[in-house]
Ligand binder design. Sequence first.
Ligand SMILES: N[C@H](CCC[C@H](N)C(=O)O)C(=O)O
Length: 284
Amino acid sequence: MADRPFLKMNGAGNAIIVLDLRADPVSIPADEVCAVAARVPFDQMMVLYPPRTPGSDAYVRILNQDGSESGACGNGTRCIADIVFAETGKDALLFETRAGLLPCVRAEGGLITVDMGPPRLRWDEIPLAEPFADTRAIELEIGPRGAPILHSPAVVNMGNPHAIFWVDDVEAVDLARVGPLLECHPLFPERANISLAQVIDRGHIRLKVWERGAGITLACGSAACAAVVAAVRTRRTERKARVSLPGGDLVIEWRHSDDRVLMTGPVEHEFAGRFDPHWFEAAA
Ligand SMILES: N[C@H](CCC[C@H](N)C(=O)O)C(=O)O
């Protein structure tokens, strides 16, 4: 890969690299994504391509640090929105990902709101490997038989697959240990993002996330959306709730009128850099 410029940003602590290929739309092989991750650690790389759908601002590919691809990344979408807001002066944007069209608007206090679309809740939309009539709590547990560490997650697809385990204390479970096992559980044919969710009150959830293809992250926007959807479906919270992640807070609203999930949160610019072609010699 060439000597390309990139931006390092974060969304509530979720480590994001933005690579703008709108003027030179080449695809990035998975081994080159991993070569970048070895030098500049990130959770997701947001790659901007020219728009495919009239009226949209860019087509976006979302690559995890392990080279796999995701249909959604809420925190990364706020990062690219911030860049394109500054570049165009527009006050509303539309990004297209593998999972559909995501409208973005500016919110108060420099925050950005992304419309993450409607959740998909049927077992084959998650997807799961076998039918479950009720995805509010599926049969899945980890740990000793009769005394599981975690069990009965809710599952939600927010453009990517999520499993949400309700816990009394997010700090009491070793997510780094159970995350990899659950991410790759045979029930999840496309793997899954794994969250621990602790309900503080009807307007507030604490969340820790093991991300598919990235591991423990400081924040995961789509997981925050999935957690509020799952909480509303089981009457744990109101439709609008604050989600506190280790890297910061997001406000999520699952709108009643049109079923869409709105995520509002911050972005931060860290530094600009360039890929060094030497990084890719072993990958070539
Ligand atoms: N950090 C992202 C989600 C990444 C999901 C990715 N790990 C996958 O589904 O493969 C977010 O803010 O929504």
